[in-house]
Design a protein around this ligand. Structure first.
Ligand SMILES: [Mg+2]
Length: 173
């Protein structure tokens, strides 16, 4: 996992737009990367949630997209094919730390991370913005407590990136 670009949907080259957040009560945040869990977050029972592929493709103009997965359902190859990318497989072991290290390597303040499982806890805590979703596969209560924002589903999570003012509204103090 030493090369943080391996999970990017789009080849690097042309510079992405970044997303700048000016949240009252916080340092200015410049987001350049979306790091997302797959199972429970983008997929249920190993199958992509309808609409996710199109939504991710829209966002790939604005942020570098990285998918991290333990591939619980053994269906990541099919998901990769639909999304036209290669997600990063997290080896069994300390999955929470591996995911958090990946975010730290990218520059944690430049990352918005999305997840729901216990192994997403530290990555949400580490990222500049950690987004937790209520999912069909459930939500780890520890991960909920490590997140900045809870949203009802993946579409709402990706909607925060399309309309960043929603994050400002929720996080301003
Ligand atoms: Mg998960």
């Amino acid at each position: 996992l030493s090369e943080p670009d391996r999970g990017a949907i789009m080849p690097r080259g042309r510079r992405k737009n970044l997303i700048e957040l000016n949240i009252p009560g916080r340092e200015k945040i410049q987001l350049r990367h979306l790091v997302s869990d797959v199972n429970g977050t983008l997929a249920v029972d190993g199958r992509l949630i309808p609409g996710v592929s199109r939504a991710l493709s829209r966002l790939s103009d604005r942020l570098e997209i990285h998918l991290l997965t333990a591939d619980t359902h053994g269906r990541q190859e099919q998901i990769d094919a639909v999304l036209n990318l290669k997600a990063i497989r997290i080896p069994a072991g300390d999955e929470a730390k591996t995911k958090a290290d990946y975010v730290a390597h990218l520059g944690p303040e430049s990352v918005i991370a999305i997840g729901q499982g216990a192994n997403d806890r530290e990555m949400l805590r580490t990222a500049g913005i950690g987004v937790c979703i209520l999912s069909e596969e459930g939500l780890s209560s520890a991960t909920l407590n490590a997140a900045d924002i809870l949203v009802p589903d993946i579409h709402a999570a990706l909607g925060l990136i399309e309309k960043p003012i929603r994050m400002v509204a929720t996080l301003r103090e």
